[in-house]
Design a protein around this ligand. Structure first.
Ligand code: SAM
Length: 484
């Protein structure tokens, strides 16, 4: 974690701040997992498997388990620093090395175990990990469930092979499960384009990257993160100044939900009240905008979304058209509200990002009706992603769709195509860094092929299947009528 340090931050526990300036696209952190479970693409393994892996491989000997957040206020207060030079070199088998063990500082240790390892013991600890305060005991019994469900990987078994680590008792296992719950990260695939470039299969995964776990949340973070080859890559998506906090987003797709829904998820799942700049800005307009926002969002979730699915399944174009009109009317109403409410342009982008579900439904309706892309809707989404979710896979995908649409509409020499090309480049630099032009072209091509064209193909196949099913249903019904 060069260029960053862990500090205490008011109301957040520990967090990571930049110790130098970072440019957009620069890697802020690239860190190996302590425990990792992988699966086939489109499958995200369960968090329980990470706990099983930690027990099975006796990874609980790592000091990280003494210092990572476990849901209790005091576990956020263990001061710690790093010894990056102690990071193990990547082993020959190409697997990522284990993350360096943290150095525990002498203040506010969160638990007896951490207290045991803090201070002078930190330099040459006799026992490691959250079991440090207990004597040696039985070795861990393997847990069959983990082995059955997917492949497990990790760095070397910390304090493990051959060491006489006691089996964690029930209380310690409960804390271990909490550490995993609050700190693990998972997704149903690694980055498709980056994996294709590396000649690797993208895998579903869930794991614990302890250095990464020290990053706090923002609903409009200044980095993007994803897993490639088992390592967690965290990249600046905008310039980050020395001293500025480095943030990630904990939410995944719910990042694009309205303010009230986001804060409810963060409070329920992570136990904190979000006060990131996006939440603060949206909260300032809560009285004027939120009712209209939530109403429309509920309408989308409860009525329009299901109505579209049903209409598409039976090939009812008139019903799809009705949904499309209702979505367009809802978006128009919101735009009018924006006009009447004085809000700064970046706050407007926050709100537009929170309405992505509406745009998404509008895009799906247009596809089902065989219409082309809606250029202005694409542009609105792209701009809002750049502000809220830069470098996300959705940002990269929208940048390709928008570019291809503008190119097809205006031709290669139009200034609009030039602007679309710049937006395409910005999205890909945010996600993959300032790579050479040929690599950039390859990544753009792969995102086009693996996301945009694949999604269009999947939509068409789904539609065909739905139509075939509807036809069969009609035939069945016909036969049924004939036989009665
Ligand atoms: C994965 S930990 C992040 C590191 C943590 N701050 C620590 O000291 O270990 C997640 C926890 O950090 C705190 N946190 C993260 N982002 C926050 C934010 N934006 N505001 C307040 N607390 C936050 C919450 O307690 C959350 O459950």
């Amino acid at each position: 974690m060069n260029g960053c340090q862990v500090v205490m931050l008011e109301g957040k526990g520990r967090g990571v701040v930049a110790t130098r300036d970072f440019k957009a696209g620069e890697v802020v952190m690239a860190t190996p997992p302590l425990a990792l479970v992988t699966a086939d693409i489109r499958q995200r393994p369960e968090g329980d498997l990470v706990v099983d892996t930690i027990l099975e491989r006796r990874l609980y000997g790592s000091k990280w388990f003494s210092v990572l957040y476990d849901g209790s206020a005091r576990s956020c207060k263990a001061a710690l620093s790093y010894a990056p030079e102690a990071a193990a070199a990547s082993p020959d088998d190409g697997r990522p090395a284990a993350p360096p063990e943290p150095l525990l500082a002498s203040t506010s240790a969160p638990s007896k175990a951490a207290a045991g390892a803090a201070g002078p013991a930190a330099a040459a600890p006799k026992k490691k990990g959250f079991l440090a305060s207990r004597g040696a005991g039985r070795k861990t019994a393997g847990k069959g469930a983990a082995a059955a469900a997917g492949s497990q990987e990790a760095g070397p078994a910390a304090g493990g092979e051959g060491g006489e680590l006691p089996v964690p008792d029930r209380r310690e296992q409960t804390r271990l499960a909490k550490v995993v719950k609050f700190n693990c990260f998972g997704d149903d695939a690694e980055d498709l384009a980056a994996c294709a470039c590396r000649g690797e299969e993208p895998r579903g995964h869930i794991g614990l990257w302890p250095e990464f776990a020290l990053l706090n949340h923002s609903c409009a973070p200044n980095t993007v993160n994803y897993v490639v080859g088992g390592s967690m890559v965290v990249r600046a998506v905008a310039p980050i100044s020395q001293g500025e906090e480095v943030t990630i987003c904990y939410l995944g797709r719910p990042q694009l939900l309205p303010f009230n829904k986001r804060i409810a998820i963060l409070a329920d799942d992570y136990g904190f009240e979000c006060s990131c700049p996006r939440c603060v800005a949206e909260q300032a307009h809560v009285d004027k905008l939120d009712d209209a926002f939530l109403e429309f969002h509920e309408e989308l979730e409860e009525r329009l979304g299901p109505a579209f699915m049903e209409a598409r399944a039976v090939g009812d174009s008139a019903a799809v058209e009705e949904v499309a009109e209702a979505v367009a009317a809802g978006l128009r109403k919101l735009y009018n509200l924006f006009r009447k409410t004085l809000i700064a342009p970046d706050v407007r982008q926050y709100y537009l990002a929170s309405m992505y579900d509406a745009y998404d439904l509008a895009f799906s309706c247009a596809a089902a009706l065989g219409r082309g892309e809606d250029g202005s809707a694409l542009q609105a989404c792209l701009k809002s992603m750049e502000v809220v979710s830069a470098g996300s896979d959705l940002h990269a995908i929208l940048s390709v769709r928008h570019h291809d649409h503008v190119l097809a509409t205006h031709g290669p020499d139009s200034p609009l195509t030039g602007l679309a090309r710049s937006a395409l480049r910005r999205a890909h630099v945010a996600r993959y860094g300032a790579v050479s032009d040929p690599v950039m072209e390859r990544l753009v091509g792969l995102n086009r092929q693996l996301h945009v064209l694949a999604d269009a193909g999947a939509d068409a196949a789904e539609e065909e299947a739905a139509e075939a099913e509807a036809e069969m249903g009609a035939e069945e019904a016909g036969r049924g009528t004939a036989s009665t």
